[in-house]
Design a protein around this ligand. Structure first.
Ligand code: AMP
Ligand code: MG
Length: 418
């Protein structure tokens, strides 16, 4: 378990490129959670805190890949049918104990341990059985339809490395080597709140000047998708003391504090002052659109992430900047989402020197190739654009103008959210 160094988010530069922000965060954040042992049934979505090694081979023994007959290849005629005597039966979980001599075969089923002697299994579709005799058509290869011991996993090999977030197949693989419990990192305890006197929770009537708080619900869902244990601390009024006291309290029971809104330098934006009163805060003026600035700091020793207020900016900065850092705090090392190259069917003017994310849908062109189509309303407050879109087209800093038909990077939401 690592502690953050004092004032670890200090940054002296001007506009910070995304790549530099991600590098700095990678350098300055490490796992802050301790570990626990959980039953496999509880392990999906958790982050592995040990290397998992296989004690034995998987499969543990040679076995049949099909229903058929186990035979000695050398007994088979090359150009004509062969008749063999069926001397026994092997089914999954019930091996055949005897030995099989020349001219003999054993009826065998998928998953049954291979019989001592035979080296080949003939599919039942390529045979006819008549009483005790099976007649086998020619043309089979030596060793056909036999799965070898260890062909999936070799005894002694590491099958899952620590710091990996466990998916369904990872949990299944652990079970396949006999592991019923795994050491994983405890979920990152995250406190989330919104700030703003205009904000109200859903399910109530809005007073004049009010809007519903959407960011908190978005953020809680995003964090829970990452496996965090989230504490909803509600909406805080735009008042220095209220925010300071809430932050102070949250820092006692959480590994991370995430807020949205109130981070600008307007006179009603008190989050900045409150964080500074309890620790340190740095505005990273990121060279991005939508979504700058974001605040990174510490409340005492607890890391703090202050995201912008606009709902699209919140999501984009979370997905692209905060997410890798949050995963790392929770022990995960695989934090970089995959981007895919697709053709953009739209033109787009942008500023050089900053990275821009354009909300886009993927549609298939006439040849079935994916094409990114821009959502018409790109404002940082247009949350419906995130709902309509399949992901973000990522336009690099050095690009001045996107011409329709250009191949671009596309980040599907499925890479950073469900
Ligand atoms: P702020 O950064 O607090 O000035 O907020 C910027 C914009 O985002 C304002 O229009 C706010 O009303 C809006 N906003 C801030 N927080 C939220 C929230 N939790 N849900 C929806 N909109 C918000
Ligand atoms: Mg505000």
């Amino acid at each position: 378990m690592a502690q953050l160094s004092d004032d670890c988010f200090a940054f002296g530069g001007e506009l910070m490129p995304t790549a530099e922000a991600l590098d700095l965060l990678a350098e300055r954040t490490a796992t802050v959670v301790s570990t626990e042992r959980v039953a496999l049934r509880q392990a999906a979505g958790r982050v592995l805190a040990e290397d998992i090694r296989a004690d034995g081979d998987v499969p543990p023994h040679d076995n049949s890949a099909v229903d058929g007959y186990a035979v000695n290849f050398d007994d088979l005629e090359v150009h004509a049918a062969t008749s063999l005597k069926v001397v026994g039966r092997a089914t999954a979980g019930h091996p055949f104990d005897g030995t099989v001599g020349s001219g003999e075969a054993v009826r065998i089923f998928t998953g049954a341990e291979m019989v001592r002697g035979p080296d080949t299994v003939i599919m039942q579709e390529d045979c006819t059985q008549d009483g005790e005799t099976v007649v086998i058509s020619p043309g089979i290869k030596r060793g056909a339809n036999v799965r070898s011991a260890g062909e999936d996993i070799k005894a002694g090999s590491v099958i899952l490395e620590m710091n990996r977030r466990l998916r369904a197949q990872d949990v299944g693989l652990a079970a396949s080597v006999g592991r019923g419990h795994l050491v994983v990192y405890k979920p990152l305890r995250v406190a989330v709140f919104s700030t703003g006197d205009e904000l109200y929770d859903p399910d109530r009537d809005l007073p004049a000047g009010g809007i519903y708080d959407s960011n908190r619900y978005t953020l809680i869902a995003l964090l829970e998708e990452l496996g965090c244990s989230v504490n909803d601390l509600g909406i805080l009024e735009d008042r220095f003391e209220t925010i300071r006291d809430a932050l102070d309290d949250a820092a006692r029971h959480h590994d991370l504090i995430v807020t949205s809104g109130g981070m600008s330098v307007g006179e009603e934006d008190h989050v900045k002052a409150a964080v500074e009163a309890l620790g340190s805060l740095h505005f990273w003026r990121l060279a991005i659109k939508p979504g700058r600035p974001i605040g990174l700091g510490q409340v005492g020793a607890v890391p703090f992430v202050g995201l912008p207020g606009n709902p699209v900016a919140v999501m984009v900065t979370f997905m692209r900047i905060a997410r890798p850092m949050i995963l790392r705090l929770g022990g995960c090392s695989e934090v970089t989402p995959n981007v895919f190259q697709v053709r953009a069917d739209f033109a787009h003017k942008k500023k050089t020197g900053r990275r821009e994310w354009v909300r886009a849908r993927l549609v298939a062109d006439g040849d079935g190739q994916p094409v990114a189509t821009k959502f018409p309303r790109q404002g940082a407050g247009i949350l419906s654009s995130m709902v309509e879109a399949d992901g973000l087209v990522e336009l690099p800093e050095d690009m001045k103008q996107l011409k329709a038909g250009t191949i671009v990077d596309f980040l599907p939401f499925s890479e950073v959210s469900r």
